[in-house]
Design a protein around this ligand. Structure first.
Ligand SMILES: C[S@@+](CC[C@H](N)C(=O)[O-])C[C@H]1O[C@@H](n2cnc3c(N)ncnc32)[C@H](O)[C@@H]1O
Length: 248
């Protein structure tokens, strides 16, 4: 119960999928139509919000969309300030008794700001009723677009962030590396050159597929031999690598 007399509204974390408005779930859409406010997220550096672009075609003009900007800086203290500020904005509506949704690209429990927001809200209002509607992740959509199997039979799938490069794989014990059949690297963006260099050292460039802006109009799929890791150019922010160590 909120500090006042009003019952707290319910918070929904809604995954809206990789960007194609048709890849949102029926349940997610139902929630977005029902709630009083929909919060979207963008980087503090620019106001672009893919989640907002994804849901706009589904909502009527009267729907209250509120964009929250978040810092993507490495410094946790800076990022915490944004979680704090944004959690208070969401709580303000919850304390008015309104149901609200926070939308996220892909899935809310996979590399999403929603986790931070949820924890910050629960610290302030531990009784908050929260429901999470999963979404199709970027890498599921990328595997479908590239028509490659992510894993089958007794294969292992390893999903990692590329923010620090992929030294983790380079330094992994050889039997661990051997046990990974398929690898997904998200957030390749500015570390692309470094990642490609490591892939080369691992002998995996030919096994890699770079998928950018998946399910969007400017989607591109580049196969291993086409990948250039030597230039200083990096791919769009919405890019990931699928690395299939075995043929499938
Ligand atoms: C903050 S993470 C968000 C992950 C998301 N929650 C998910 O479930 O896929 C951002 C990273 O997801 C990947 N990504 C998200 N949408 C994408 C898309 N449409 N095409 C390619 N990569 C995408 C990129 O690697 C990007 O750097």
């Amino acid at each position: 119960m909120a500090t006042g007399t009003k019952k707290l509204g319910k918070l929904y974390g809604v995954g809206v999928g990789p960007g194609d408005p048709e890849l949102i779930t029926l349940k997610g859409l139902k929630v977005l139509k029902a709630v009083s406010y929909v919060f979207t997220a963008s980087s503090a550096k620019n106001e672009y919000s893919l989640s907002s672009r994804t849901i706009e075609p589904h909502l009527d003009d009267k729907k209250q969309l509120i964009n929250l900007s978040f810092s993507m800086q490495k410094d946790t203290a800076v990022r915490e300030k944004y979680w704090e500020k944004n959690s208070l904005l969401v709580l303000e509506k919850l304390r008015e008794g309104k149901d609200v949704a926070f939308v996220t690209v892909g899935d809310p429990m996979t590399y999403s700001t929603f986790g931070y927001l949820m924890r910050t809200i629960l610290e302030k209002e531990p009784e908050t009723d929260i429901e999470i509607i999963p979404g199709i992740t970027s890498y599921q959509a990328a595997a479908a677009a590239a028509k490659v199997v992510l894993s089958e039979n007794n294969q292992n799938l390893f999903v990692m962030s590329g923010v620090e490069g992929i030294e983790l794989l380079k330094n992994a014990p050889s039997d661990f590396l051997r046990s990974l059949n398929n690898i997904v690297v998200l957030k390749v963006y500015k570390k692309y050159g470094k990642i490609m260099k490591s892939l080369k050292e691992l002998g995996l460039v030919d096994r890699a597929i770079l998928v950018s802006n998946c399910t969007l109009k400017n989607e591109t799929i580049k196969l291993g031999p086409e990948l250039d890791g030597t230039s200083n150019q990096y791919p769009p922010y919405f890019s990931l690598l699928l690395i299939r160590k075995n043929e499938n």
